[in-house]
Design a protein around this ligand. Structure first.
Ligand code: ADP
Length: 162
């Protein structure tokens, strides 16, 4: 059985992430979405909230997609999950340098696990969680970038923290 891990912060999950998840789910028998605690990024949503949002958004993909929290080294997490593949989404040039470096170092840590890069649909490529939050903070519409339920979560969060 081929197991792939798709790690990220998902703060919040966007249509770009969901497109990568849908594509990735065709590549492996099981796709484990790893949600990092990543306190260094000072996320808008707690890891429990992000996990719940991801779970809700992938519910229609069935049992072949699992959502798991992790706060360890990615390669240790992938190994513990029995994965042979790490999926990452690649957006134009912005992601390249960081992803290139990370994949290279991960290869040195564990050469049995391959990093595989996927491109989202062209229309979804510019989407970034960071910009979604920035647009929402200034009262802009984020409905083209996230699902209606996530847009509502972001609006509710901003309304309660203002
Ligand atoms: P990280 O905090 O590790 O950057 P993110 O939650 O931002 O994690 O994203 C997880 C993965 O999804 C990363 O590989 C990122 O490049 C990818 N990704 C995010 N948005 C998009 C998008 N619009 N198109 C393609 N890949 C994306």
């Amino acid at each position: 059985m081929t197991i792939a891990v798709y790690p990220g912060t998902f703060d919040p999950i966007t249509l770009g992430h969901l497109d990568i998840i849908r594509r990735g789910s065709h590549l492996a028998d099981k796709l484990v979405i790893g949600v990092t605690t990543n306190p260094s990024k000072e996320p808008m949503f707690t890891v429990a909230e992000r996990m719940a949002m991801v779970r809700r958004e992938v519910a229609d993909l069935g049992t072949a997609v699992e959502v798991v929290e992790f706060d360890s080294l990615l390669m240790d997490f992938a190994e513990a999950q029995g994965a042979t593949m790490i999926l990452r989404g690649l957006r134009a040039v912005a992601d390249f340098e960081y992803e290139f470096q990370m994949a290279g170092m991960n290869q040195q840590l564990n050469s049995d696990i391959e990093t595989v890069f996927l491109m989202a649909d062209v229309s979804l490529q510019p989407i970034a969680s960071k910009l979604v939050k920035e647009i929402a903070r200034y009262g802009g519409a984020i409905d083209k970038f996230v699902t209606p339920a996530v847009a509502e979560d972001v609006r509710r969060h901003l309304a309660t923290t203002r």
